[in-house]
Design a protein around this ligand. Sequence first.
Ligand code: THU
Length: 137
Amino acid sequence: MTSPAPDLFAAALATRAHSHSPYSGFKVGAAIRSESGRIHAGCNVENAAYPQGQCAEATAIGLMVAAGDRRIVEIVVVGGEAGSGLMCTPCGGCRQRIREFAGPDTPIHVYDAGSHRRSFTLGELLPFSFGPDNLGF
Ligand code: THU
């Protein structure tokens, strides 16, 4: 699979710098390119009441919807420290959130804070998924 355009990685990295993650210390940035060609970037937002924290992907999806777009063309997730060798793959809940606005072939590019690690499709990360089509939408 091809790498995303550098602008999408740059947007994810820039928003990651704004991460509110005092409890985990784990900064994440996510950037979505939607069908209009626009980029929607968001970071994780933690909370002193821990379960109320929000993942970066959820922030980016909310911004996309608020901007009037409904379809994810590709998404970049940047998390962890540069050179850690550990990929920040979307959590299970975020895979389902992405599913609402993406199909099985949608690319998900996963980085640490430094280099491109790997690209997946949503179908690889969330096989046999439940989506709007299951409800007739
Ligand atoms: N996190 C994300 O923002 N996205 C993911 O897909 C995985 C985890 C955040 C949640 C929390 O603020 C921190 O990373 C540690 O779990």
